[in-house]
Design a protein around this ligand. Structure first.
Ligand code: BG6
Length: 608
């Protein structure tokens, strides 16, 4: 997710902008920049290095005069990381500068229209259309130009705008991406989150969707998207800096768990237009798919467990054999791969060494490579024939949550898209699945709310020292991620096991009070799973089950139940993983573990 800052006052803007951007560095970025207006000249400085580099090339900001400016840290979504793509973006006449957080979904259409009008584009970004729209609509009143430009934009945007024609105004616009105003004494600020301005003022004003703020040293006026004035009140922040970085949550992991509805929505929505899936980002055709006789999904860690879910979903929809192979195994097993193999690579960071090596191995044997990655321009993205980006934004906690959830979202999207291309599903069957996909963010939200009993369950079970997760079909795939989440942050040993396999040996470990977490949401095999629950109960186990809301039969056997809303069985993993993430989080918290930075772990293992 990008970071925005802005300042207007008496003090020099550049040093204040740098400080604000440094407060946002925790969000992750691959380029940064500032634009400052002094008299009628906008000066910009950009880098693909760290903010520190910007300080070095501007004498800590002292070398850039001017008390009105905007700044930005970019997390690339459209256009790889580069100075050319870094914000702020400036109009051809140098009179307007813009920073943006979000995705302008109709930028291609707008870009074509503006090029027709003679505007020259310098970057590959979606954002640049905004600054040329402003130049196009400006007739002497900046707010009027902003209102007109905003009406043309589709998608999500938080904007910071300065204009050389109006040196006493900083403009902020908000739609679906957060933006906060800081109200100081004779000075004001804008920022993507409180962290970037809290050291200057704790008096803030939150913009609502569609609102436009005209910020002057003398005060702030807010307008709605039609340009009519809106009354706004200020709020006093009672957080400290550390809490602000986590938006008030105790850990990044909880913040990211709660961000999942937004992250899944951001990943799905831009790719569903008028009830159809549009994957313009990839070039795979029906003919290409018909040439595929085998799909291998390769990844590490949680990404591989997203792949395990993907195996059930893709095999069901595509009727092509799908297998999941850990990257660290695939790279050395002399695999039988050729031009009829589609390799799907899943990686949040796009830099995991084993996954890169497996990709190279498969590509060298003729496989076509589709990667699902969260970092634009990462090594895996660059090596792939096609890339679908998860738009989860930077993930800070080592244990992935929104990264995993958005990987699932892409697997579903690709599955439904390919099923229709192959003619395995009719248009109306796909339309129904697409509607269910669009409902997923809401169902994830419900799962978050439904499971407010998890804190109690964690207190009840957090002393267990060895736990089994069991399930069948997609429940089994989810149990792998649930087990890893618990292990990696609470250090409790646990094992995911195919429920039907337990009786072939491992059930010897089930003894009195052994905790078995039984995932019972895949309803086609519910009765089989209930038999497995009876098996372990008969040997003294305690059973904590997951089940679909309304299922009371589970209560006849399970000691406790975590309910989730009903979804299309193919997509249930996205919802069922939620209580398991929360359980792992609260168990780890009760055990006093370092949740965001678990011992021995790294966010991305870039070495073998
Ligand atoms: C591990 C991370 O180090 O690497 C996991 O802790 C992740 O969360 C795994 O799933 C693979 O990383 P990536 O970046 O390739 O998804």
């Amino acid at each position: 997710m990008c970071g925005i800052v802005g300042f207007i006052g008496e003090r020099k803007a550049a040093p204040i902008l740098f400080e604000g951007l440094e407060r946002l560095e925790y969000r992750g970025y691959d380029s940064a920049g500032i634009a400052v207006l002094n008299k009628d000249v906008i000066t910009t400085r950009k880098t693909t290095e760290r903010i520190k580099m910007l300080r070095e090339i501007t004498e800590n900001g002292q070398g850039i005069p001017g008390s009105l400016g905007i700044g930005h840290t970019r997390w690339a979504t459209h256009g790889a990381p580069s100075e050319r793509n870094a914000h702020p973006h400036v109009s051809n006449d140098g009179k307007f500068a813009v920073v943006h957080n979000g995705i302008i979904e109709n930028y291609i259409t707008l870009k074509e229209e503006l090029i027709q009008k003679g505007f020259i584009f310098e970057s590959e970004t979606d954002t640049e259309v905004v600054v040329h729209l402003l130049a196009n609509y400006y007739k002497g009143n900046l707010i009027e130009a902003v209102v007109k430009a905003a009406k043309r934009l589709e998608g999500s945007y938080a904007l910071g705008i300065i204009c050389a024609h109006e040196p006493d105004v900083l403009v902020a616009v908000r739609r679906l991406s957060p933006l906060i105003l800081g109200v100081g004494i004779g000075e004001s600020f804008i920022a993507s989150d409180v962290t970037a301005l809290i050291s200057h003022t704790k008096t803030v004003m939150y913009l609502e969707d569609g609102e436009i703020a005209e910020i002057k040293k003398s005060g702030i006026r807010v307008f709605d998207k039609a340009g009519s004035p809106v009354e706004k009140s200020t709020t006093e922040i009672n957080w400290n800096i550390d809490a602000a970085e986590k938006s008030g949550y105790d850990h990044f992991m909880m913040k990211e768990i709660m961000e999942q509805p937004r992250a899944v929505r951001a990943t799905l929505e831009p790719r569903i237009k008028n009830g159809k899936i549009k994957l313009d980002d990839i070039s795979i055709t029906a003919a290409d798919l018909k040439n595929v006789n085998r799909i291998i999904i390769t990844a590490c860690g949680s990404a591989s467990y997203a792949g395990q879910v993907g195996r059930y979903v893709l095999e069901e929809l595509l009727r092509i054999p799908v297998e999941v192979d850990l990257a660290s195994e695939l790279r050395y097993r002399n695999p039988i791969i050729n031009e009829h193999t589609l390799l799907i690579v899943i990686s949040q960071s796009g830099e995991t060494a084993d996954t890169i090596a497996a990709l190279k191995e498969a590509k060298g044997r003729g496989a076509r490579v589709l990667s699902l990655v969260n970092v634009v321009g990462s090594t895996i993205a660059k090596m792939s024939d096609d890339v679908l980006y998860t738009w989860a934004g930077p993930e800070i906690a080592v244990a992935t949550t929104k990264g995993y959830s958005t990987q699932l979202a892409l697997l579903y999207l690709f599955g439904v898209y390919a099923a229709e291309l192959l003619g395995n599903r009719t248009g109306e069957e796909c339309a129904e699945m697409i509607t269910e996909l669009q409902n997923l963010p809401e169902q994830i939200e419900q799962a978050l709310i439904l499971n407010d009993n998890i804190i109690t369950l964690a207190q009840k079970y957090h002393k267990n020292q060895s736990i089994f997760f069991i399930g069948r079909n997609i429940d089994y795939a989810v149990s792998m991620e649930g087990s890893l989440k618990l292990k990696e942050i609470s250090y409790i040993h646990s094992e995911a096991y195919a429920a039907g396999e337990l009786k072939h040996g491992t059930i010897s470990l089930i003894d009195n009070d052994r905790l078995v977490i039984a995932l019972a949401c895949y309803e086609r095999l519910f009765d089989k799973l209930m038999s497995n629950i009876k098996e372990v109960k008969a040997r003294g186990a305690k059973v904590l089950a997951t089940a679909i809301v309304g299922n009371t039969k589970i209560l006849t056997e399970a000691d406790d139940v975590m309910y989730i809303p009903r979804t299309n069985p193919l997509f249930l993993a996205s919802v069922e993983v939620i209580p398991l993430q929360l359980l792992a989080y609260y168990v780890a918290r009760d055990n006093g573990c370092d949740i965001d930075k678990p011992r021995n772990l790294a966010k991305s293992v870039t070495v073998e």
